[in-house]
Design a protein. Structure first.
Length: 326
């Protein structure tokens, strides 16, 4: 299957400056990430808050400039031309990239201007990208696709429930017929009953439109339900990456094991002994030496604080960064 987006040793660092603009250090939000997102699949990125998930997505989208490494668009995303490095795109190329990749953020109220009618919110991307012809009809069609009534075009965001607002955000993200959607915690702000409706809607849309998803969440139950392949991030690096089922049935990295052990399950056979991690995620501005996870790792050894373990293939398609995993 062809790939849509591939990153090679992608890094996004932010300088920490004092009042006079002198550089005091670096926040390594994304640090040497290699991922491949294949066409029509859902690629999950999971990790605690501050691990770099959103910065990775923003860098793929060209909203953050990478410090080093590259993001390569596959031929599907480059209008049939050869693979393209997004660092080499000009303004027009970046504009086209944003047409091809839609984004859905966590907070639908924050994403929708409360002073605009739904019709204007959904038509806005079409106006910006000069696709005004038939846009009112398209807006109605989009509302139907996300399970809302075309009459809702003439209402304001505050007249909807949280779930309906997220449906409007999804309709807006689909306005330009993107090939890929970045879903950044799309259900975290919603009630549990509404969450499942939105997740099912996303699955239906993917099937109908052949979309590729990058699904970012801290909720492993949601990731398991939605994703084909999953990358686990810790302090800007990927510590484990594999097929979703493999990752959940046999997590290899101690951090992934702790995350998976916290998933609640009604099936007693599926329950694991809960691994409680000590302490908080360290600051990415001052990560621990060696393996960044060593201060919290329940099985850390002396040399874990000396050497950073590279991501290695342990078995076919399953990569882990821990030198104790054989
Ligand atoms: Fe734990 Fe050491 Fe493996 Fe890091 S390298 S995850 S500290 S055992």
């Amino acid at each position: 299957m062809s790939f849509m987006v591939k990153t090679k040793l992608l890094a996004t660092h932010f300088p920490i400056q004092d009042f006079f603009g002198r550089e005091l250090g670096l926040v390594k939000a994304v640090d040497g990430v290699n991922i491949t997102i294949t066409e029509g699949s859902t690629f999950g990125i999971v990790g605690e808050s501050g691990c770099g998930k959103t910065t990775l997505a923003r860098t793929i989208l060209g909203l953050e400039k990478s410090t080093s490494g590259s993001t390569i668009l596959g031929s599907e995303m480059s209008e049939g031309t050869e693979e393209t490095n997004i660092e080499e795109l000009d303004r027009a190329g970046l504009r086209e990239l944003r047409r091809m990749i839609g984004v859905v953020f966590q907070d639908p109220m924050g994403a929708l201007n409360p002073r605009m009618l739904v019709k204007d919110l959904i038509c806005e991307p079409m106006v910006i990208h000069n696709q005004k012809e038939g846009m009112r009809e398209r807006a109605k069609e989009l509302l139907k696709m996300v399970g809302l009534n075309p009459d809702h075009l003439y209402r304001y965001p505050h007249q909807f429930s949280g779930g309906q607002r997220q449906r409007i955000v999804i309709a807006r993200a689909l306005a330009l017929e993107p090939k890929m959607l970045i879903l950044d915690e799309p259900t975290s702000a919603l009630d549990v009953s509404v969450q499942s409706q939105i997740l099912n809607l996303l699955k239906d849309l993917q099937k109908k439109m052949g979309l590729t998803y990058v699904f970012i969440s801290h909720d492993l139950s949601v990731i398991r339900h939605m994703c084909d392949r999953v990358a686990v991030m810790y302090l800007g690096k990927i510590v484990e990456e594999s097929e979703a089922e493999t990752l959940f049935s046999n997590p290899l990295h101690p951090y992934t094991q702790a995350l998976v052990s916290a998933i609640p399950s009604l099936d007693p056979k599926m329950r694991r002994e809960r691994i409680v991690l000590e302490g908080d995620v360290p600051s990415p501005a001052d990560p621990p030496s060696g393996c960044h996870f060593h201060p919290r790792c329940p099985i850390a050894e002396a040399n874990c604080s000396q050497v950073y373990p590279d991501l290695r293939e342990i078995k076919k398609g399953c990569h882990t960064a821990c030198h104790l995993v054989k």
